[in-house]
Design a protein around this ligand. Structure first.
Ligand code: DXP
Ligand SMILES: NCC(=O)COP(=O)(O)O
Length: 238
C-alpha cells in the first residue's frame, strides 16, 4: 500500500495567473494533510512559473508530514535545498519550453552532475530520489549514484492511446519496479496519475510512494481540497 504524496504545484498556478496572494499553496498543504496525505510535494522550477521560494520557506515551517522538493540538479537549487532542508529531494529534468515534465531525468547522460548534487544533499541528511523513465539502464545507473529512491515516470502509462498500449506501459512499470527493488532502491511513481488510472498502479507490489498533483487539484476545484485528497487516499489504499 503506497504512501500518497500530494503535489500542490498547480494551486500555485492559479495564484500566479494573477500574480496575487491566493490561493495559497500552503493552505492546500494543510488541507491535504487533513485529508490524509502522507507527504507534500512541491516543484520549485528555475522559471518559478508556479511554486515560489516563499512557498518553500513557509511550507518547511508548517508541513507536518514528509516534504518532498522536486528540483533540477543545478547549483542554485542545490543551495536552496541545503538551506531549507526538505525531507526528500526528487531530482527532475526541466526544459523552459515544456508545459509539464516530458520525460525522466537522463541519469546515464548526466551521472557526474547528479552524483555531485546527490552527495551534497545526502551529506545534509536529505533523502534523494531520481525521477526517471522505467528503463533498465536508467535504474542500474541510479543504483551506482547511491540515491535512496527512484520515482518511475508514469506519463506514458497515463497518456497511452489505447488499452493495449496502456497494458504494455503498465507491464514496463512492473518490470522496472522489480528491478529497482532488486537494486535495493525505494520505488516511487508519479506523473499523470488520475482517479481513473491510479488503482492498478497502487496495487503494484513494492511501490512505496505515489506522487499525484494535477488531478487532485482539478478535482479540488469541484469538491474541495481535503475531500479530493481523501478520495485519492481511499483509492490508493484499497
Ligand atoms: C516530475 C513531475 O512529473 C511533476 O512532479 C512535476 O512537478 C511536473 O511539473 P509541473 O508541476 O510544472 O507540471
Ligand atoms: N512527480 C509527480 C508529481 O509530483 C505529480 O505529477 P502530476 O500528478 O501533477 O502529473
Amino acid at each position: 500500500m503506497p504512501a500518497l504524496g500530494v503535489n500542490i504545484d498547480h494551486v500555485a498556478t492559479v495564484r500566479q495567473a494573477r500574480r496575487t496572494i491566493e490561493p495559497d499553496p500552503v493552505w492546500a498543504a494543510v488541507l491535504a494533510e487533513l485529508g490524509g496525505a502522507d507527504g507534500i510535494t512541491l516543484h520549485l522550477r528555475e522559471d518559478r512559473r508556479h511554486i515560489q521560494d516563499r512557498d518553500l520557506q513557509v511550507m518547511r515551517q508548517t508541513v507536518q508530514v514528509k516534504m518532498n522538493l522536486e528540483m533540477a540538479a543545478e547549483e542554485e537549487m542545490t543551495a536552496i535545498a541545503l538551506s531549507v532542508k526538505p525531507d526528500q529531494v526528487t531530482l527532475v529534468p526541466e526544459k523552459r519550453e515544456e508545459i509539464t515534465t516530458e520525460g525522466g531525468l537522463d541519469v546515464v547522460a548526466h551521472a557526474a552532475k547528479i552524483k555531485t548534487c546527490a552527495e551534497q544533499l545526502k551529506a545534509a541528511g536529505i533523502e534523494v530520489s531520481l525521477f526517471i523513465d522505467p528503463d533498465e539502464r536508467q535504474i542500474e545507473t541510479a543504483k551506482t549514484l547511491q540515491v535512496d529512491a527512484i520515482e518511475l515516470h508514469t506519463g506514458r502509462y497515463a497518456d497511452a492511446a489505447n488499452a493495449r498500449a496502456r497494458d504494455q506501459e503498465f507491464d514496463q512499470l512492473v518490470t522496472a519496479t522489480h528491478l529497482g527493488i532488486d537494486h535495493e532502491l525505494l520505488v516511487h511513481m508519479g506523473h499523470g496519475l488520475t482517479y481513473r488510472n491510479v488503482s492498478p498502479i497502487a496495487e503494484i507490489d513494492g511501490v512505496s510512494e505515489l506522487n499525484i498533483g494535477h488531478s487532485i487539484v482539478a478535482r479540488a476545484l469541484m469538491v474541495g481540497f481535503e475531500e479530493a485528497v481523501r478520495e485519492m487516499k481511499s483509492l490508493v489504499t484499497l
